[in-house]
Design a protein around this ligand. Structure first.
Ligand code: ADP
Ligand code: MG
Length: 251
């Protein structure tokens, strides 16, 4: 890592209190002063039971919500200083989202779905098509680009969603329970893709409550009641993720 290169994620003393203006018994301390740096190329799994603050943290990392207190720098940009429209530009440029429920647009082809964030980002039609096709190739769906979501299996739909998230070359891939709705086989397919995405140097943050999924990440954070209580490294930041490391590196 070059000295002075900003972390992809740098959060300092971030708290989130819900219902802070109501009576004290209705306020919820969802995050209790979290400080965390994630360097470029890391692959972090965020674990924790229901209600531990995972979604709150993800929403803040994804610039979909703002902290009650504390600072958040995304790729060196202080998110707290931005207006809503600047935030949406930053989100589009810097973050690729993958959700548990795929969130593809129905009655639009896989290709058109993957082109969408590129269109929002202002890419020209030919450029959009080129990048969307490359992303669909990367997830092994080069032969399904004309299919609509309801013509694809759940696993294939999630692979389209991963392609959509990667098409803009974001600094961060942010995934909330990406395998939560998938069978074992499709889960394996998606995790294999994330392994390759990670091995190519992209930064990933993934929420999961499944140990088998977290085992594939380079680093595991555990949240309890809005605090990080464990931060363990399973593979170096600048190498391949554990599964590929065991397999003897990147093919
Ligand atoms: P997780 O994703 O780990 O299940 P959440 O981040 O969704 O946890 O929730 C953390 C805590 O904050 C929980 O106690 C939850 O009930 C509360 N919470 C989450 N969102 C809201 C909200 N919009 N208003 C009030 N309380 C909330
Ligand atoms: Mg949640």
């Amino acid at each position: 890592m070059t000295p002075g290169t900003p972390a992809v994620l740098d959060i300092r003393g971030v708290t989130k209190i819900y219902g802070g203006h109501g009576p004290a018994e209705t306020t919820v301390h969802a995050l209790r002063g979290i400080t965390l740096r994630v360097e470029r190329g890391d692959y972090v799994a965020i674990m924790g039971r229901s209600g531990s603050g995972k979604s709150t943290l993800m929403n803040i990392l994804g610039c979909l919500d703002v902290p009650t207190a504390g600072r958040y720098l995304l790729d060196g940009t202080d998110v707290g200083s931005l207006q809503e429209h600047q935030l949406s530009i930053l989100r589009n440029r810097k973050i690729g989202f993958v959700f548990q429920s795929f969130n593809l647009i129905p009655r639009m082809s896989a290709l058109a779905n993957v082109e969408l964030p590129l269109a929002y980002g202002g890419a020209k039609p030919a450029e959009r098509r080129r990048r969307a096709l490359a992303a669909l190739e990367l997830v092994g769906l080069g032969d399904r680009v004309g299919h609509e979501p309801n013509e694809l299996s759940g696993g294939q739909q999630q692979r389209v969603a991963v392609a959509r998230a990667l098409a803009t070359s974001p600094s961060l891939l942010l995934a909330d329970e990406p395998t939560g709705n998938l069978d074992t086989r499709s889960t394996e397919d998606v995790l294999d893709i994330l392994d390759r995405v990670s091995a190519s140097g992209r930064t990933i943050a993934l929420i999961t409550h499944e140990d088998e999924v977290a085992a594939r990440a380079k680093r595991v954070l555990r949240l309890v009641d809005g605090d990080i209580v464990e931060d363990s490294r399973q593979a170096p930041v600048d190498g391949p993720p554990p599964r590929l490391l065991q397999a003897g590196g990147v093919q």
